[in-house]
Design a protein around this ligand. Structure first.
Ligand SMILES: Nc1ncnc2c1ncn2[C@@H]1O[C@H](COP(=O)(O)OP(=O)(O)OP(=O)(O)O)[C@@H](O)[C@H]1O
Ligand SMILES: [Mg+2]
Length: 507
């Protein structure tokens, strides 16, 4: 049974204006197995999957299901062939309710030909109970966390009795516990004979879950192997097309004066007594488990969310930050956790998405700044090695990682003193990660300061001078570079913060 090919594609080709995204792709997935698809940003992974899911029409090539040649013209036809896809970009409508989202595209019809909302509601209630979801059917998607929405997409696909499930970066925003529950679901699905395509930049996940591994580079298949027969290093070398010598381009710099200070920051039920500081040229990390309150804290500091008490001091001056606009004017910027929230405008060009004119128009009305738009954007893009056919290409057509670089470019163009980067390398491949780390090094070399929130401990350890660790809304520890190690970070991250200890920690 294990060798039964469920899905096979042959000779798939696809070009977009200015790029050949896929070139003569052969790829097959066995029943009851997980086939990981690895490759750098822009390698063509999502494009191939969108072709299988009927979202894109291939220029050439053939798809076979159970050995039979099929034509898949749209996602509805794909689902008729038993294919379901969890998309990389969660394109949800914030105003939709959970129940509407669950049945989107397949709303049941009543005998009068209208939508049977009663059935929608009842089925949704049942579904939510079965899956023990922590929200109600009438709740709007905008009130859910990114992680809740991603989990909802996963459960939706899994519950549809699909025979082929494509998971495009399914774990980019879910908590560790949810990852564990997803992996358990995957094991069950395998037992039922479901064929799974798994796309992830997290190599440890790939090696944990995959039976087969295919590497794509620049739109072609480099190799396809049984996971047991291939080493991690080999996969990475094949992905980037060169040997990676040093993963973290960290340079130990002479640190300057204290430039950034947060004192006694608190918000009820979110975080409390947050005290920390950072110096010129320093990269300060924030570690913790998902849900520790790091993002909430940073958002409040940047003025996106409310805080009850606390002060922010930049360059010796106490600043009053009530909105991101205030923050930016005082030299503080923040790359938010989710691209959508960071104000990505899919249909606009990469240039517009990177430029401040855009920032002003769409996000922070009234904030004025002069930038020689095209020149500056071009320069930063070159530094960051952004892969885009032209500056006028809509950002939505860039690969996920390249979209992230464009947003980072936007903040760099603000010429800030302090940058908060919340999960800056999420969804970004090894090669591009290296470029972002190099860029971070360049930024601090100019005397700027970076605060990096990350769930990937190796990158914090690799890049930071100091790491603060948070647990349950409190800072539970601070570790200097000389003493970094995963165990001590984990210990602080899992620390149950007793009320008495909370009082004690002052940075
Ligand atoms: N709709 C589109 N219009 C134009 N170009 C596109 C479109 N979709 C993808 N591309 C281009 O095709 C190439 C492959 O992109 P794809 O999204 O498949 O990469 P990926 O491997 O999924 O990358 P990532 O890991 O960043 O998600 C890229 O050069 C991308 O810019
Ligand atoms: Mg992709």
């Amino acid at each position: 049974m294990a060798d039964d090919i469920k899905l096979r594609v042959e000779g798939i080709e696809k070009s977009f204006p200015g790029v050949k995204a896929l070139d003569r792709i052969n790829f097959s997935v066995r029943k009851g197995t997980v086939h990981a698809l690895c490759g750098e940003n822009g390698a063509g992974k999502s494009t191939l999957m969108k072709i299988i899911n009927g979202q894109y029409k291939p220029d050439a090539g053939q798809i076979y299901i159970d050995g039979k040649a099929v034509t898949i013209r749209n996602p509805i036809e794909a689902s008729e062939y038993g294919i379901a896809m969890i998309p990389q970009e969660l394109n949800y409508v914030p105003e939709l309710t959970v129940e509407e989202n669950l049945f989107l595209g397949k709303l049941p019809v009543n005998k009068f030909g209208g939508v049977d909302w009663k059935k929608v509601h009842n089925d949704a209630v049942k579904f939510i109970e079965e899956e023990k979801l922590p929200y109600g059917p009438k709740q709007k998607l905008k009130t859910l966390t990114v992680s809740d929405i991603q989990m909802l997409e996963i459960i939706k696909a899994v519950s549809n009795k699909a025979e082929v499930i494509i998971m495009d970066e399914p774990t980019s925003s879910i908590t560790e516990r949810e990852v564990a529950s997803l992996f358990k679901k995957i094991e069950e699905l395998k037992k039922q004979g479901v064929a799974i395509v798994y796309i992830s930049h997290k190599m440890d996940e790939v090696f944990k879950i995959a039976d087969d591994i295919t590497v794509l580079r620049d739109g072609t298949v480099v190799s396809s192997d049984r996971a047991a027969d291939i080493e991690l290093d080999t996969v990475i070398t094949r992905m980037v097309g060169r040997k990676m010598d040093s993963v973290y381009p960290k340079e130990k710099l002479e640190l300057g004066d204290k430039i950034f200070e947060v004192k006694n920051f608190s918000e009820k039920n979110m975080f409390a007594k947050i005290n920390f500081e950072a110096r010129k040229g320093e990269i300060v990390g924030f570690a913790g488990l998902v849900g520790a309150g790091r993002t909430e804290t940073m958002r409040a500091i940047f003025g996106l969310d409310h805080h009850d008490t606390g002060e922010v001091i930049i360059d010796g001056k106490k600043v009053d930050i009530k909105s991101p606009e205030d923050a930016i004017q005082n030299g503080l910027v923040m790359l938010a956790e989710s691209r959508r929230e960071d104000g990505i405008i899919p249909v606009r060009s990469v240039k517009e998405n990177a430029s401040l004119a855009n920032l002003k128009r769409f996000i922070f009305g009234g904030f004025a700044h002069k930038v020689r738009e095209k020149d500056d954007v071009t320069k930063v893009f070159q530094q960051m090695n952004v892969k885009t056919p032209t500056l006028d290409t809509p950002i939505a057509s860039l690969s996920g990682g390249n979209q992230q670089k464009v947003l980072l470019a936007r903040w760099i163009l603000c010429e800030p003193k302090v940058m908060i980067l919340d999960e800056p390398t999420r969804g970004i491949d090894v090669g591009a990660k290296f470029e972002i780390y190099k860029l971070m090094t360049d930024i601090v070399k100019q005397g700027k300061t970076i605060i990096m929130v990350s769930s990937e401990m190796p990158e914090l350890i690799g890049m930071c001078d100091r790491i603060y660790v948070m647990s349950q809304g409190y800072i539970t520890g601070c570790i200097e570079r000389e003493s970094f190690n995963q165990e001590s970070i984990m210990r602080y991250a899992m620390k149950e913060t007793k009320e008495s200890e909370r009082e004690e920690f002052v940075s």
